[in-house]
Design a protein around this ligand. Structure first.
Ligand code: MG
Length: 347
């Protein structure tokens, strides 16, 4: 097999704001594993707050080369992933890129979509939220207008005055909202008051209201909350779930945190066994990683896979959107194709 990778900058249609920063681009690294004319694609998306740089990602991928290049068609994704995972305690995004590409290639070799290969079956179209980043009033109005076809909006909160933000949104739309606080609130009484207030504003869930360290306070809040609380920053990999399962109603699984599709599947299984709701999320990824995650849509209580819709230079096509619903295709593997077949030729 042959592994190549290519760093790339994904460009937002609009600068994207969350409570900690504002950005115009997201660095990503695309991966291709080739075997006898078949290509498996993967992606390591690297928003700054993840703490994984392009340079470190490339050097980790370089280390996986000898492992990948000696494989033949009978490889086991799980065995290869475990080997690569054992090389380092970090680099979840780089590991995800390899795991996604291997799963894609395995599907291409057998001619089956990932969802069939795993025995899940194809999900019906599911409504995704469309994310509205932190912005000024005029831009928020414009973004709501642009998200017209989506039936759920995800609001990035954790601003100076989140009630004012939600009231502003409510001047333009009555659509149900997901509110993502990105650890922005620190007082548990305040959080509980906010959750009650948001419940009256047709908010369906709140993501990561408090900092990671406030597990006990989160458990207190979740116990009394009128709406589901979803862990995002508090959960990366499967091993994190035991510790937070009492603190939240559900978990937001993202491939760049879980180190790929294989472990995301295990996290879904854990969540179902432990009465945790499942949200499928993404970074500001291309259609490559997002289409991989959408393979698990059958198990999702909430889907937040709108990233390709926020990006203007996506090299891939995969999942599509119709009236705000994510549609899977019937292609093998993770169901993606390059817009320009020569994309990897210029490295
Ligand atoms: Mg989040």
């Amino acid at each position: 097999m042959h592994l190549i990778f290519k760093p790339y900058l994904l460009e937002f249609k609009h600068p994207f704001g969350v409570s900690s920063n504002m950005r115009t681009h997201t660095p990503t690294v695309f991966v291709r594993i080739e075997h006898k004319g078949l290509f498996g694609y993967g992606e390591a998306c690297l928003p700054k707050y993840l703490g994984e740089t392009t340079e470190e990602t490339l050097s980790f991928l370089e280390k996986t080369k000898p492992i990948i290049e000696k494989l033949d068609f009978s490889f086991s994704v799980k065995d290869v992933f475990d080997h690569i995972d054992s090389l380092s305690g970090k680099h979840n995004a780089a590991k995800a890129a390899i795991d996604i590409a291997l799963n894609d290639l395995a599907g291409k070799i057998s001619g089956t979509p990932f969802y069939d290969k795993m025995g899940f079956g194809k999900s019906v179209p599911v409504a995704t939220s469309a994310t509205i980043g932190i912005d000024n009033a005029e831009m928020i109005a414009q973004k709501i207008e642009e998200a017209n076809e989506f039936s759920i909006l995800k609001i990035k909160a954790g601003t100076e005055d989140d009630k004012a933000l939600i009231n502003l949104i409510r001047q333009y739309t009555n659509k149900p909202l997901y509110v993502d606080v990105n650890q922005g609130w620190t007082d548990k009484e305040f959080v509980l008051d906010m959750l009650h207030w948001l419940n009256d504003k047709n908010v369906l869930l709140v993501e990561q209201p408090m900092p990671i360290a406030m597990k006990k306070e989160m458990a207190w809040v979740t116990e009394q909350s009128p709406i589901p609380t979803i862990a995002d920053e508090s959960v990366k990999r499967l091993k994190d779930l035991e510790e937070i399962k009492e603190s939240f109603t559900g978990i937001n699984i993202k491939l760049m945190k879980s180190a790929g599709l294989s472990e995301a599947v295990e996290m879904v299984q854990y969540a179902r066994q432990n009465n945790l709701k499942v949200m499928l999320g993404c970074m500001a990824e291309s259609s490559c990683a997002t289409s991989a995650m959408a393979q698990l849509m059958k198990f999702a209580d909430y889907v937040d896979l709108d990233a390709p819709n926020l990006i203007k230079n996506d090299p891939f096509k995969g999942i599509t959107y119709n009236r705000g619903k994510v549609i899977l295709n019937d292609l093998p593997g993770i169901g993606v194709e390059l817009n320009d077949p020569g994309f990897f030729d210029s490295l």
